[in-house]
Ligand binder design. Structure first.
Ligand code: PFF
Length: 449
């Protein structure tokens, strides 16, 4: 009993051990790896940036990742209540509430981009995208300026909400078990396609042969911010997933598996995108438009391009969906506990409200609300900026300080002692807070590089 789709509030829900690893990898591998990572890497010098990203992932990302999962499993509660349960201090749960709000806001615009990937999947497979010319920039702008993005955003919200209504093992775990292997197959097909394109070697070289002269302090901070986003940290997501993990599972091993998984996917994403970009003479630092405006040029010119283009966008869509459900679970878990709702009811309400809150973001990328600008930013950019650069580092800082200073039994729960415990504590007490504060000061413009 306990795992029927209609779980009542308070029923114990748990992941199986592989289910948890898959779900956590599903969360970390997302638009960050497939859409953001390639263009950020392209902009900041290719291979050297990639190396820096690996260092940040290990030094800042993994310790905080382990801390989040440990808090969740130790407190057995959502992103707010776990902090309180572990210390008995109310103000910690107020701080934890920041993550719940961050996750809610991130979902409101992440679902918009996830919706774009669905639209592009359909348009590619049907060949519509490649008919009538190759001006993909105008095509994207035309799409974004209308109301279609709203429709696709609604689809993403509905599918995510429906999966989450089914519960932890019958929903999150089950769908990750189906989607992740499918994802891996598509990934390998596309990597093979892209590495065998004429001129692919130049792209591989750009991505894997470091030129350290291209690095500066700014790239370091961006690499750290990205490591954070890529591992889904600072918004209670890994904490919430951690609360569903059995006591017998090793969180240390899970940390390594998730970190390794995220890195491998970033590597393969780079090996898909850069060879394609170089083979067709595109610009690697193209920015946000790389996936939606530049890559279609390549697909339109390769044999069976509609098929490979469709696969590419399907890959993005799957990656986005497995991340989206992990983000939306944060406020849903909160609502179940807070208002004593059943899971399906909480899923329904949170999904609907989050969709409504996301509407302005969807309509502000070239749409009717695009002229509504605050501080030089559209609504979409503003929500992205505030969450990814202000609230997420804040959430990460709270996790690091809580585990490093406030909660005395973290080592026990994480299963660490001796050298590894000391190293973990040093990273959480000293290294991570300093680095997180630096990223924060840089992104809000207080320090300039
Ligand atoms: N890690 C995801 C990605 O790289 O796209 C994004 C993400 C998922 C961020 C879940 C935060 C989160 F809680």
């Amino acid at each position: 009993s306990g795992s029927t789709p209609n779980q009542k509030a308070g029923t114990v829900e748990r992941f199986s051990s592989t289910g948890f690893i898959l779900a956590a990898i599903g969360s970390s591998v997302g638009l960050g790896n497939m859409w953001k990572f390639p263009y950020v890497t392209g902009k900041h010098g290719g291979a050297a940036f990639f190396l820096l990203f690996i260092v940040c992932l290990i030094v800042v990302g993994l310790p905080v990742l382990l801390a989040e999962m440990t808090i969740g499993r130790g407190g057995r509660g959502n992103a707010a209540v776990s902090f309180y349960k572990l210390t008995g201090k109310k103000y910690w749960s107020w701080l934890g509430l920041v993550s719940v709000i961050t996750a809610f806001l991130i979902m409101s615009y992440y679902s918009v981009v996830a919706g774009w990937t669905l639209h592009y999947t359909v348009e590619s497979f049907t060949g519509l995208l490649f008919r009538s010319g190759t001006d993909f920039k105008s095509k994207f702008e035309l799409f974004a300026s209308g109301y279609m993005p709203l429709f696709w955003q609604a689809v993403v919200m509905l599918v995510s909400g429906w999966i989450l209504a089914r519960g932890v093992s019958g929903g999150i775990e089950k769908f990750n078990k189906i989607l992740i292997p499918g994802f891996l197959i598509i990934l390998l097909v596309l990597m093979f396609r892209s590495l065998t394109l004429p001129g692919a070697a130049a792209g591989v070289e750009f991505f894997l042969k470091p030129d350290f002269s291209k690095l500066d302090a700014e790239s370091a901070l961006i690499a750290m911010g990205h490591a954070f986003f890529s591992l889904s940290l600072g918004m209670g997501c890994m904490l919430t997933y951690g609360s569903y993990v059995e006591k017998s599972q090793s969180l240390g091993k899970a940390t390594l598996a998730i970190g390794f998984g995220d890195l491998v996917y970033a590597l393969i994403a780079g090996l898909i995108i850069f060879p394609t970009v170089f083979s067709f003479g595109l610009e690697p630092g193209e920015g946000v438009g790389l996936a939606f405006m530049a890559l279609p040029v390549a697909f339109s010119q390769m044999p069976f391009g509609a098929f490979f283009g469709g696969l590419f966008f399907l890959l993005l869509a799957i990656a986005a969906l497995t991340s989206a459900i992990s983000i939306l679970e944060v406020p849903i878990a909160y609502a179940i506990h807070k208002w004593k709702w059943s899971r399906p009811r909480a899923a329904l309400y949170v999904t609907v409200v989050c969709f409504l809150v996301g509407i302005p973001s969807a309509l502000s990328v070239g749409g009717v609300l695009s002229s509504f600008v605050i501080g030089g930013k559209s609504i979409f950019d503003l929500v992205d900026f505030v969450t990814a650069y202000i609230l997420m580092p804040l959430g990460g800082l709270i996790v690091a300080l809580f585990t490093g200073y406030a909660w005395k039994r973290a080592g026990e729960e994480a299963g660490l002692s001796g050298f590894w415990y000391k190293a973990w504590m040093f990273l959480l007490r000293v290294t991570s807070p300093i680095i997180i504060v630096l990223i924060f000061l840089y992104s809000v413009g207080i320090i300039k590089l």
